[in-house]
Design a protein around this ligand. Structure first.
Ligand code: FEO
Length: 398
């Protein structure tokens, strides 16, 4: 599929993908591994595809170009979802130089245990392809140390690697062809929340740098999902917004429960919040029954969260521990939090949750809600009051 007259999309749409990063990240809309072939006087291939599709990729590439005519293979990011076909391509494209960042060499050698004779590039380096040239822009930790982008003059395409991507499979490669933009932007947000958010501060700086370069970007060709050519400024602005302690007027409550006590607590606290902040969106998730990547997306967009678990063997339930561990990895800032949970004889639960929340960068509410056994009417009233006080602590503004 042509992106422009000289640039062909050579990727693979993975309609079946439902889990990514092993089993860690949910991808309900599938994904794509985007690779690009640039045909100028020189021939360049930018990135490849995940290994299960390597042979199919090579066969498709051969239909476009003799592999020994390829001058450059550019690896913007060596994570195997993009470099899976590199071993075959590197062996068969005998005249190609492999260009990557210095950290890319380490990742490629680390994964494939081969030295194909790499040429390292750094920010500002350029290569001429004939009428057009490629300028490299390193983007370390967005989201791996090796990540880089490159800008193609003439067609004005920014090949952005994982940045601005989404796990969204579609035959219609371009954003202006997508009818349901709401889902597209939700997938972009989910991608950001789960993958890019830990590196938000670096993202802000990189976007400022990109803007200062004044590149006349007409197309952002991502490594996953849809290519941006209509909403270029919108997705850049969204990334800037998401990278700056992002929060919507939302409080997310995440709990697990054994005999419904902690569930009743979650619902009563939510009623309390809604009673004094009607505009605030309150969402409740049972972490044992919900998808963690979805929860992370909701936590990311929230101004505050409440995490609840009953005490279990003097600890907390598995699903609560798992979601707390994921939340910790996001390095979120500027959000508030509190804990709650039922117990029989030891309220160790809230202490453990509070420690996690504090170590994860949340501003902790001074109180936790603890209920012994099952909450009765009196306890339900107290939990609603707790919800009101928490809402006041959080404040009505975002
Ligand atoms: Fe899509 Fe970080 O690989």
């Amino acid at each position: 599929m042509k992106i422009t007259e000289n640039v062909i999309w050579m990727g693979k749409i993975d309609w079946e993908l439902r889990k990514f990063h092993g089993k860690q990240l949910s991808t309900y809309k599938g994904s794509s591994y985007n690779s690009y072939l640039i045909k100028d006087e020189k021939i360049a291939v930018i990135d490849t595809v995940w290994k299960p599709f390597a042979e199919e990729f090579i066969e498709n590439l051969k239909k476009q170009i003799k592999l020994d005519k390829i001058d450059y293979i550019i690896v913007t990011h060596a994570e195997p979802d993009h470099s899976g076909a590199l071993p075959i391509l590197a062996e068969q494209a005998k005249n190609a130089k492999i260009l990557c960042s210095a950290n890319g060499v380490k990742s490629i050698k680390g994964y494939y245990h081969k030295d194909w004779g790499f040429q390292t590039v750094k920010s500002g380096d350029k290569i001429s392809l004939g009428k057009s040239e490629l300028t490299f822009i390193e983007a370390p930790m967005l989201h791996w140390p090796d990540t880089m982008m490159c800008f193609l003059s003439g067609d004005n395409i920014l090949f952005s690697s994982d940045v601005f991507g989404q796990h969204y499979a579609s035959f219609d490669l371009f954003d202006d062809k997508i009818e349901d933009k709401e889902i597209l932007y939700y997938e972009a947000l989910k991608y950001f929340a789960n993958i890019i958010a830990p590196f938000a501060k670096k993202t802000v700086k990189k976007i400022e740098e990109l803007k200062s370069l004044n590149l006349p970007i007409s197309i952002i060709a991502t490594a996953h999902g849809i290519i941006w050519r209509e909403d270029i400024n919108t997705i850049i602005d969204k990334y800037f917004e998401w990278s700056n302690d992002y929060k919507e007027n939302q409080i997310t409550i995440v709990y697990d429960t054994m005999y419904d006590s902690t569930r009743k607590m979650a619902e009563s606290i939510a009623e309390g919040i809604k009673s004094i902040d009607k505009d605030c969106i309150v969402k409740i998730f049972n972490s044992a029954r919900s998808d963690n990547s979805d929860i992370i997306t909701e936590v990311f967009r929230s101004k505050a969260i409440l995490i609840g678990s009953p005490t279990y063997n003097n600890g907390i339930l598995n699903s609560t521990a798992a979601i707390l561990e994921e939340i910790k990895g996001l390095s979120l800032e500027g959000k508030k939090a509190a804990s709650f949970g039922s117990y029989g004889w030891s309220p160790a639960n809230v202490k453990i949750i509070n420690e996690f929340l504090q170590n994860s960068g949340f501003e902790l509410f001074e109180e936790s809600a603890k209920t012994q056994w099952l909450p009765d009417e009196n306890e339900i009233r107290k939990l609603r009051e707790f919800g009101k006080k928490f809402a006041e602590f959080v404040g009505k503004k975002q």
